[in-house]
Write a protein that binds this ligand. Structure first.
Ligand SMILES: [Zn+2]
Length: 171
């Protein structure tokens, strides 16, 4: 018996990833970094959040990946509510690190994150050797320094120094 697969045009087959279930495509764009599940796909340049297109069409827009994955487990996010990160890493899409909060909670989180990011620009004490290896690996795979800095919540120059082996030379 003929299946719908048989009627796919060759052109359609040139986008094999789009025919996969969204959750599978989602997971392919993540990488475990410590406890976090870090998004290695597109990051929204405006806010550093992971961006995901859950539809099967090629579209120019997507939605915040952490909000999408949250809805897969908990159902629709109530209007006006925010999905926040326990781990302070906006690029993290680990379901265990996400929780629902209000706009006020979101603002509080941002302020806290801003503070800790500033503290860290003094050095790279908080980064572990594993993170350093990860940063160099991501860079070798073509990730931009900016994207990596966002993923690890550190300053761009901290990442650049690691990549150029100005710091952490022993790793
Ligand atoms: Zn996380």
């Amino acid at each position: 018996m003929a299946t719908s697969q048989d009627y796919q045009s060759p052109k359609r087959k040139s986008y094999p990833t789009m025919s996969q279930p969204p959750i599978k495509r989602f997971m392919r764009k993540t990488k475990r970094v410590g406890d976090c599940l870090v998004w290695i796909g597109y990051l929204n340049p405006k806010n550093g959040y992971a961006n995901f297109n859950p539809t099967t069409r090629h579209v120019a827009w997507g939605m915040a990946a952490h909000r999408w994955i949250y809805e897969q487990k908990h159902g629709l996010i109530p209007a006006g509510m925010f999905v926040l990160h326990k781990c302070d890493n906006p690029a993290c899409v680990s379901i265990d690190h996400l929780y629902l909060g209000t706009h006020a909670d979101n603002m509080k989180d941002r302020t806290r994150r801003g503070r800790s990011a500033r503290g860290e620009t003094n050095g790279c004490a908080r980064l572990t050797e594993t993170a350093v290896i990860e940063i160099r690996w991501l860079s070798s795979q073509g990730s931009s320094g900016r994207a990596i800095a966002q993923q690890f919540g550190v300053a761009l120059y901290t990442v650049q120094k690691i990549i150029n082996r100005k710091t952490w030379r022993h790793v």
